[in-house]
Design a protein around this ligand. Structure first.
Ligand SMILES: NC(=O)c1ccc[n+]([C@@H]2O[C@H](COP(=O)([O-])OP(=O)(O)OC[C@H]3O[C@@H](n4cnc5c(N)ncnc54)[C@H](OP(=O)(O)O)[C@@H]3O)[C@@H](O)[C@H]2O)c1
Length: 270
């Protein structure tokens, strides 16, 4: 068995490899990276490193050779048209390399695809299905660390967290939880042609955030709705489904996902 992972130098990719190393041996893993010079850690762990640049289709055939499973980590390019072209390069190369099973880190609860991020993820899922290769769609929720752009340190200092008005609910999980679930899928049989919604089983609200911050820091934060707030994240949040929940991830990891409070504790110096 050879499990090939693209975007391996990224935050999610490296966490997945760490999780995989606890389940399978290093010689069953191939780390595909855009910049091999930054992949020294994998070499030291006995993991084969291969060049894989989504913008260089000629690099991909060699990268995917012999893969029984290929995990495609979605590109981090900001332009969805470019991202789709990059994903298409990967999918075409996977088909030519006769990869046994294609897995893709998609996005949770894409709905009917009538919102911007859904077009890219659904288009990629459909493109994967055109290959006829068994697939698994790992639809990741928003990462919990999105809270890092909400200004929580400042809120603790001033006692006020300004948010854009709305009935916000969040199904987020940590990259670490996602990595654990994805490693399980990669290392086990029986996940072919399945779609997993990898979210928390219960959503949290800004009131829950306020409570968690209080329990961790002893400081009260007033949450104030402010339509004038200037923060790009609310534009993005309003385009995605952050409230639907699923037990798929907890079933895969065989236990509870990391709580909001624990996630905040790991993220912030409080
Ligand atoms: N669910 C969420 O909340 C959320 C949030 C942010 C992003 N995402 C998506 O999830 C993916 C993984 O997240 P992450 O936290 O691991 O992101 P990340 O740390 O930015 O990692 C992205 C990886 O993709 C690689 N990459 C980018 N362009 C590439 C190309 N042209 N060819 C080959 N590799 C390329 C990067 O390579 P280098 O190391 O060389 O830069 C990096 O290793 C992201 O790429 C993005 O599509 C999801």
């Amino acid at each position: 068995m050879s499990i090939v992972i693209t975007g391996a130098n990224g935050k999610l990719g490296s966490l997945i490899i760490n999780e995989l190393l606890q389940i399978i041996s290093a010689d069953q893993i191939v780390a595909c990276v855009r910049n091999p010079d930054k992949a020294e850690v994998f070499v030291k762990q006995g993991i084969e490193v291969r060049l894989c640049d989504y913008d260089q289709p000629e690099s991909l055939g060699q990268a995917f050779a012999g893969a029984s499973k290929l995990l495609i980590i979605s590109s981090s390019n900001q332009d969805d048209t470019i991202r789709f072209r990059q994903h298409a390069h990967v999918i075409e190369a996977a088909k030519k390399a006769k990869v046994g099973h294609l897995l893709f880190t998609s996005f949770a609860f894409l709905g009917a695809g009538d919102i911007a991020p859904s077009h890219l993820y659904l288009a990629t899922e459909h493109a994967i299905q055109t290959t006829g290769i068994p697939y698994t769609f790992l639809r990741n929720s928003l990462y919990t660390d999105f809270v890092g752009v909400l200004g929580l340190e400042a809120a603790l200092a001033t006692g006020e967290l300004r948010i854009y008005p709305g009935e916000w609910k969040f199904n987020t999980v940590t990259r670490h939880d996602l990595a654990q679930g994805i490693a399980v899928v990669l290392s086990q049989p029986g996940h072919e042609n399945k779609t997993y919604e990898l979210t928390a089983p219960r959503s949290w609200t800004f009131d829950d955030l306020k409570t968690a911050l209080y329990e961790l820091s002893g400081k009260s934060v007033h949450v104030r709705q402010d339509p004038q707030i200037q923060n790009w994240i609310y534009g993005f949040l309003s385009k995605i489904d952050t409230s639907s929940t699923s037990t798929d991830l907890e079933k895969l990891i065989g236990g509870p996902v990391t709580s909001l409070k624990e996630s905040l504790k790991q993220m912030m110096a409080i």
